[in-house]
Design a protein around this ligand. Structure first.
Ligand SMILES: NC(=O)c1ccc[n+]([C@@H]2O[C@H](COP(=O)([O-])OP(=O)(O)OC[C@H]3O[C@@H](n4cnc5c(N)ncnc54)[C@H](O)[C@@H]3O)[C@@H](O)[C@H]2O)c1
Length: 377
């Protein structure tokens, strides 16, 4: 196995999921490359050192620019807030490094297009961490749709609901709260949560033609953690849109951080001519499936426990019937990246594929502002 030297930027939530995936992938998958945790980069050196000791990184940097000319680094993995993605990815690609980047690609399509151009000009392997594609039940849904089992698709219905920003005392900006600061995040739930729903939907059901949206910012001002001042909130707290897919199906998308009682309720339902599918992140190893071809007296919703060896990714794990969880989606993504790298290509979603999601989120925000239907680029 060839060594692949990784430099990871960011040691928060995603820094942990990625480090875990790089460490474990070759314990479970046969891949042509072995990831080596070479450098961890975060602005706070002490935190980065603690993180390096815990996860086994060889050394620490506090400025990501030092990674760009580091001859011992093959791949830069970006797991820092959204305002850092474009600058780091473009510099890394120009230096000939492979790039993995957290979602959303950029804060807006202009940044994302520049990122796509940089990796394509440099011809470096690239991938965006839309990890929900690699939940075995979601991958199984993709297989069932591609096999034509749903037939013509009529409806796509999806939500992503949370409740952690309801308190008006919650500040915006700074460590842990950058998602509420539009200058860092780009947008609110549209780019943060709906980006996931959109990526999965584009993958399962093809391109979106047009959207009409509404967004709301329920709490108009919040104290900013960095300035100490009460400042306008510029992110969307809630976002809902109707969409028309290129295949003629209709869709509803909704995301909010004001759905009291919900922490991360991501669901989708797809209704086809012959069959329907429901998936729910809170029960992520199950796929609900209704097949109209079943004999009528036995027809009903099946709850498929996606844990058998013939299910996607599952033969690499335990024995049939034993389930896996959230962290495994990142391990699957690294496994696919390394396998595809061995085959001389980038794993999906590439930067270019992820740009399609940013075009939809941009159309959603434009539609909410203009109160009109907007064609997706
Ligand atoms: N794929 C997913 O499901 C998923 C889930 C959560 C977050 N994300 C994405 O991952 C990224 C990070 O989110 P998070 O939840 O891990 O955030 P976080 O706040 O938990 O961690 C961010 C980390 O980046 C570091 N950082 C900030 N600015 C930096 C800089 N200039 N240089 C180096 N390090 C810097 C911070 O110190 C911190 O360690 C975001 O783009 C977010 O949208 C994706």
């Amino acid at each position: 196995m060839k060594k692949l030297n990784i430099a990871l930027v960011g040691c928060g939530f995603m820094g942990r999921t990625h480090s875990n995936a790089f460490r474990k992938v070759t314990n479970f998958f046969d891949t042509p490359y072995q990831p080596v945790l070479k450098r961890i980069c975060a602005r706070n050196g002490e935190k980065a050192k603690t993180f390096a000791d815990r996860w086994g990184f060889e050394s620490v940097e506090t400025d990501w620019r030092k990674l760009i000319d580091d001859k011992d680094v093959d791949l830069i993995d970006i797991a820092s807030p959204n305002d850092t993605h474009a600058e780091i990815a473009i510099a890394a690609a120009k230096a000939g490094k492979m790039v993995m980047c957290e979602k959303p690609l950029g804060r807006n399509p202009t940044e994302s297009e520049a990122m796509v151009k940089a990796v394509e000009d440099a011809k470096v392997a690239n991938m965006v961490w839309y990890n929900y594609r690699r939940v075995p039940a979601v991958t199984l849904a993709k297989q069932l749709i591609d096999e034509g089992r749903l037939g013509r698709i009529f409806h796509y219905r999806t939500v992503f609901l949370q409740d952690w920003t309801i308190s008006s005392d919650l500040p915006q900006g700074g460590e842990g709260l950058w998602r509420l600061d539009a200058s860092i995040a780009g947008s609110g739930v549209t780019g943060d949560l709906l980006a996931h729903n959109i990526d999965t939907a584009l993958w399962l059901n093809g391109g979106i033609e047009e959207v009409t949206a509404m967004t709301e910012t329920f709490i108009k001002t919040r104290k900013h953690s960095l300035t100490g001042k009460e400042e306008p909130v510029k992110i969307d707290d809630a976002s809902a849109f109707l969409a028309r897919f290129k295949n003629g199906s209709l869709a509803t998308f909704e995301a909010t951080r004001y759905a009291r009682g919900h922490k991360a309720l991501y669901t989708f339902e797809i209704n086809g001519e012959k069959a329907s599918i429901i998936w729910d992140l809170h029960d992520l190893h199950r796929l609900q499936y209704f097949d109209h071809n079943d004999v009528s007296k036995l027809r009903g919703w099946r709850s498929i426990h996606v844990t058998d060896t013939e299910h996607p990714y599952m033969k690499h794990w335990w024995v049939p019937g034993l389930q896996i969880g959230y962290e495994h989606t990142f391990i699957h993504q690294v496994a696919d990246f390394l396998t595809d790298l061995g085959g001389g290509k980038s794993a999906s979603p590439t930067f270019r594929e992820a740009l399609a999601t940013d075009y939809v989120t941009a159309a959603v925000l434009e539609s909410a502002a203009s109160k009109t239907w907007v064609k997706v680029r």
